[in-house]
Design a protein around this ligand. Structure first.
Ligand SMILES: [Ca+2]
Length: 292
C-alpha cells in the first residue's frame, strides 16, 4: 500500500543491429542535498497544497523494487539562457513554468527486471536485470505505465486520483534540475553515465552514480527518457502545467544517454524521436501523477 497520507494522484540515434546507437532525429537543436535543503532552493515559489505529501515521502512498490520520490508543486525556469554553453535555440525562450500539483517520480529509470515483471518481455539489447530497459517505443512506454496503473489499482496500492504515466517534459526538467539553474544538476561525471565515462558502449546498472538533490538517479545519462509530450516550440512567458502541443510528429525524450556528449545530457537539452522508434539508449522513468 502506498503511504496512508499519500498524495492525491496525480530522439535519437536509430536503432541498428549490434552495438550501434539507436537513430535519432533531432528536432531540437541541440547541474546531494537533503530534501529540506532542496525545498529551500526551490522554495520561493513552493506553496504547500492541500493533500500534498510530506516532503521526502516515498511511494514504494515493494514487489517490483520500484521507488518513487515525492516532488512538491513549485515553479522553475524551464529551458536555458542564450549564454549557456552548448545551448540549442530550441531550449528557449525560457519559461517561468509552474507545476500546480505535487507528483511522484521514479528514483531510477525503469529496469529490465521491472519491465519484464509488468510486460512479460524484455526487448533490451544490453541484457541485465538491473540495467535500464531500452529499445522500447514511446507507445510501449505508455503501455507500461497503463499496465502498471491497472496492476497497482488491482492490488489496492494506487493513491486515489493518481495514475502512472510518463512525466511531461516540464515535470521531467523540474525534477532533473531539483532547484538548480545551471547546465547540470551537479558535477556531470559524478552523476551520469555518458560518452566520456561509459566503458563498453552499453547501458549501466541504475543507481550507481550520485543522485540529484531530490534523490533521483541517472536523470543525466544512461538512457534517454521518454516524456509524454509531442515536441513543440517553447512559448516563453509564464505557463502552468504545460503538456506540449495537442498533436505532432515526434515525441520528446530527455537527459542524454550512455553514448552521448556532455552537452546532450544538460538539464535543458531537448531531443525528440518518432514515437515508433526504438533505440538502445532510449528508455523511460515512470511518474505517478494526478489523473487528468
Ligand atoms: Ca537517464
Amino acid at each position: 500500500m502506498g503511504p496512508a497520507s499519500s498524495l492525491p494522484r496525480r530522439g535519437c540515434r536509430a536503432e541498428s543491429t549490434s552495438t550501434a546507437l539507436p537513430d535519432r532525429s533531432r528536432s531540437g537543436n541541440r547541474s546531494s542535498a537533503r530534501w529540506f535543503a532542496a525545498l529551500i532552493i526551490a522554495g520561493a515559489a513552493w506553496v504547500p497544497l492541500q493533500g500534498a505529501a510530506p516532503a521526502g515521502e516515498k511511494h514504494v512498490i515493494s514487489d517490483l523494487d520500484l521507488t518513487l520520490v515525492a516532488l512538491p508543486a513549485g515553479s522553475f525556469q524551464q529551458g536555458s539562457p542564450a549564454t549557456e554553453r552548448g545551448r540549442d535555440p530550441g531550449e528557449g525562450p525560457q519559461m517561468q513554468t509552474t507545476l500546480s500539483k505535487p507528483f511522484w517520480l521514479g528514483a531510477t529509470e525503469v529496469t529490465q527486471k521491472q519491465w519484464q515483471a509488468v510486460m512479460s518481455d524484455n526487448p533490451s539489447q544490453f541484457k541485465d536485470d538491473q540495467n535500464p530497459v531500452e529499445k522500447v517505443s514511446w507507445q510501449e512506454a505508455v503501455d507500461f505505465c497503463q499496465k502498471l496503473t491497472e496492476r497497482e489499482r488491482a492490488a489496492g496500492r494506487l493513491p486515489d486520483g493518481y495514475v502512472y504515466a510518463l512525466p511531461t517534459e516540464a515535470q521531467w526538467e523540474y525534477a532533473c534540475r531539483a532547484g538548480t539553474t545551471g547546465e547540470y544538476a551537479g558535477k556531470l561525471a559524478d552523476m551520469a553515465w555518458y560518452f566520456k565515462n561509459t566503458e563498453g558502449l552499453t547501458t549501466k546498472t541504475v543507481k550507481q552514480k550520485e543522485p540529484n538533490a531530490w534523490g533521483l538517479y541517472d536523470m543525466h545519462g544512461n538512457v534517454w527518457e521518454w516524456c509524454a509530450d509531442w515536441y513543440g516550440k517553447y512559448s516563453g512567458g509564464k505557463v502552468t502545467d504545460p503538456k506540449g502541443p495537442a498533436e505532432g510528429s515526434i515525441r520528446v525524450a530527455r537527459g542524454g544517454g550512455w553514448g552521448d556528449n556532455a552537452t546532450d545530457c544538460r538539464s535543458a537539452f531537448r531531443v525528440a524521436f518518432k514515437a515508433v522508434q526504438r533505440g538502445n539508449s532510449i528508455g523511460l522513468r515512470v511518474a505517478l501523477v494526478p489523473a487528468s
